[in-house]
Each structure stands twice: as C-alpha cells, then as structure tokens.
Design a binder for this molecule. Sequence first.
Ligand code: TXA
Ligand code: MG
Length: 357
Amino acid sequence: MTSALDTQVWRVDPAGATAQTPELAPAVAILAAGGLVAFPTETVYGLGADALSAKAVQGIFRAKGRPADNPLIVHVPSLAAAEELIHPKASRGPLQLLADSFWPGPLTLVVPRRGGVPVEVTAGLDTVGIRVPNHRIALALLRALNRPVAAPSANRSGAPSPTRPEHVWRDLAGRIDGLVDGGPCAVGVESTVLDLSVWPPVLLRPGGVTLEELSAVLGVQVAADPRIFAGAPAEGPVRSPGMKYKHYAPRTPLLLVEQPSPARLLQEAQHAASRGERVGLVVCDETAIPGSSFPVVRLGPRSDPGRIAAQLFHVLRTIDEGRFDLVVVEGIEPKGMGLAVMNRLRRAAGGQAASRI
Ligand code: TXA
Ligand code: MG
C-alpha cells in the first residue's frame, strides 16, 4: 500500500435493509467498480470484492496481507445464483438437501467449480467454496450488485476475525474503500466449511452449523478432517489451505486448559505468575476460582456454547487490552457449537495447551 485510502463508513439498520436501501448504493457502486467493501454477515464481517474480477480479488489479498494460496468463499444470494459457479456435472442431491436445510446460513459448501471462476478466488483448486449468508445487509448487497462476492473475514491475516464494525476499522481503515456498519454479528464464529466434492463429505472447518446437524440432515456420519482438532498450524498438504496458517491469535500468549477444573486453572496461573509474568484468567461465567486474585475475563456461559461463540473473537481482542504476559483460558466441551469454539481457541493458542500434570 503506497497511500492510505479514505475508508467510508455507512451505518445501516439490518432490520430494514433491502436491495433498495439508499445507504447501500455507494457500497454497491464501489463493488461494481472493483473496489473493496467490508460488510456484516451473520457469522463475522466479510471483506467483499467482485468474485468474477481477478483484479478486484487481488485487492483483498493485499488489504489483508493474506497468503495467495488460501482460497476465498464466494457469497451468493441463492442456490440458483450458486449454480453459475458449480460444475454442471457435480452431483446435486446432497447440495440441494444442504442448501434447503441451511441456506441462507453459516454453511460453506466446497464443490467442483466451473471454468470462469478466477484462479485468485480458488487459489488454483478445482473446487470453490460457496455460501448464502443469513444477514439482511449481506443479502441486500448481493441482490443489488447481482454478481457473486468473494469475501474472507475482514481482519488482517492471522488476527481474530471481526465480529463488530470497530474490529474491522481497527484492522483495515485506510486499506479498504468502505465499511457497512450493521452492528455486531450474531453467530460470532465463521461458517462451517464442508467439502462436498468427496463422499462422504468432510468437515474442513467447524462453524455456525454443527457436525451433528450436518450428519442428521445427510443421514451419514460426516467425517471431520483430523487437523481441525489441532492447535498448531498444519504442515504438508492440506485440503483446506486455511488450516496451514496461524489464526485467530491475539498478541498475548494464550494457554488453553482442556478438561479444566478451578484448581487446575489456578495452578497454571500461579505457575506463570511465579516466573514474574502478569497473568489473566479467561473462564466461563459459571466458573469460580476460590483464592484467586488474578484479573478475570468472562467467556460466557458453559451451558450455552452458542453464546460463547457469539462473543469469542471480541474476548480474544479484549485480552490484548489487558496487557498480560499470558492468559490462561478455560476450555469447553468440543460438542455442538463447542467444537467451533475449541477449534478457534486451540488455533489462537497455537498449540499451547497445558500439558503439565
Ligand atoms: O463465515 C464465513 O465463512 C466468513 C464470512 C465473511 O462469510 N468468511 C470467512 O472466510 O471466514 P475466510 O477466508 O476467513 O475463511 C475461508 C476458509 C479458509 O479456511 C479457506 O481455506 C477455506 O474456507 N476454503 C475456501 N475455499 C475453499 C476450497 N475451495 N477448498 C477448501 N477450503 C476452502
Ligand atoms: Mg478468516
């Protein structure tokens, strides 16, 4: 980037947004002209560009500092619009079933692609990831533009994904043309990525639709790529290039305690404090740690992992304001939405799971 862009901000009420909303017109015009606009979805904010313009899509990689071999998700307003991107010979049964059950919604389907999808979008793969977002502003933009929009999360590469407009602003102001401010995102973790180019399908990223929900609808046990359980970035060939990169990480080192107990969390915190480190605790609402004087950041209720997901990235960003040398984080059960939460926490900890005892 040689010169900073004058990033415009349009505040739009999601409840009333349609393709005719006047405040969205400049955002649509910028996208149509090949520019970059961040916008809310139900999962996280996306950084959008015209998916059929190689030049526009290259701008996304520059603004985010994203590795070129990590493909982008293409956003469309309907399954009919998705058809334009899917290889005519790809099987339609499971796709139709999943689209009927979960679109619009937080599910990205990886399918064989047609020619014509720029190589920058797919990073050279013969598949493309597609989803229909469940957010009135995102759908209004897609309908008004009448073209597919490639959109990764609107954060600097490696940082926690943005779930509030101020997160986008902090990471990308001056680097993008505009930001549609539609308030906070409801789901709070990114979409589930499911590889439908193989059978049975493989879960590449846990997200807003759970593994259990997918298996129930498809009537087969959906396999999960083992790398989604790992903390450290994957090495060697991966099915989803996003697995290779450090992700979701606050600057503060994070120690994730799996199968935690209050005593165990306290012990880890005391151990680090004895080395002279400033330590914080990140724990569920229900967790009390008797005898602790460490500052506490709350994750949300263990009884409702969906609520933990909704504020997870905000919590990860808040941690950096506490000026800690280390935060000790309480893990939750990796079931339902808890799987997506634990996937993000493990990646944020970069493989730093507590291993003593
Ligand atoms: O919820 C979301 O999915 C958000 C919102 C903005 O829609 N987007 C998002 O995009 O999280 P991004 O770029 O941050 O993550 C996309 C993930 C990456 O891990 C990427 O490797 C994977 O999807 N992916 C995209 N296309 C793929 C493909 N053809 N094959 C395998 N993995 C793919
Ligand atoms: Mg991302």
